[in-house]
Design a protein around this ligand. Sequence first.
Ligand code: APR
Length: 313
Amino acid sequence: MSKVTVVGAGNVGATVAQYVAEKDLADVVLVDIVDGLPQGKALDMLEASPINIHDRNLTGSNDYADTKGSDIVVITAGIARKPGMNRDDLLKTNAKIVQDVAQQTVKHSPDAIFIVVTNPLDVMTYLTWKTTKLQPQKVIGMAGVLDSARFQTFIAMETGYSVEDVRAMVLGGHGDLMVPLTRFATVNGIPISELLSKDKINALVERTRDGGAEIVKYLKAGSAYYAPGASVSQMVEAILRDKNRLLPCAVYANGEYGLKDVYIGLPAVLGKGGLKKIVEIKLTSEEADALKQSATSIKENIDKMNELLVPAV
Ligand code: APR
């Protein structure tokens, strides 16, 4: 029986737990620093199991000993940016949380594959890799699946065709510098350029880029969690069921696409053991430049994190 630990029983963590159990993927242990929160949410979800029919166990805990022997650890612990807080404050606060969570979880599950969700995503994934000292293939960030799902949703909405037939991939960092590959976006193999005007496509790209902010604007307090939770569950499924799915994920680049020593969104094959392979496709010079720019910005933030964190990673 597979075991998935989700650290952070907030909006994203709880949604991940729900999808993982209800898709019948694994037993779930939900962990949080707040006493009672993971226990209450896990029990509530378990009580839905006779209705949604699965035999997966869901438990909540404040003790990392309960995460022992997990196949996958999902890190969603962290805080959202609060008024008056600058990006550096957020970086420092979440880095400390993620560092602590990574240390605690890897101690009890040295063979686990880590999926990182806490923002700033690419930097936190890098930190988790450094902290756990695992092979980079076992530490993966969730961003590209979500950004691509948003892009696909907007394509479906604009064309009026089923999401079932829409495919699209967004590479690069999870932020303003994401790189949506519009050339490869299709409706059942038909390039979207055959179906939508250039202006329309550009508008969809912009909406994708601002996808997170659009939700925050509506919610006011808090950020997106249904689509992020679903995205994580897709990655969990790919790994546990050894599906060899080709998904855009934040992975460690070691020369691929001319990028080195950085976590960034690239086409990744996920299956047993985590990342099996980074697929290199030929990019246009425009796309390659955008990817490079994205990597430069992530590296600057990694440097900043190293300055802010004591001890440095
Ligand atoms: N250990 C365990 N849990 C922690 C810790 C810690 N050191 N610090 C904070 N948490 C928990 C909080 O108690 C809270 O329950 O992390 C949870 C975060 O939940 P929310 O505030 O609801 O945030 P959420 O919307 O789930 O987002 C989590 O995912 O998408 C990203 O940007 C988002 O970084 C954010 C993360």
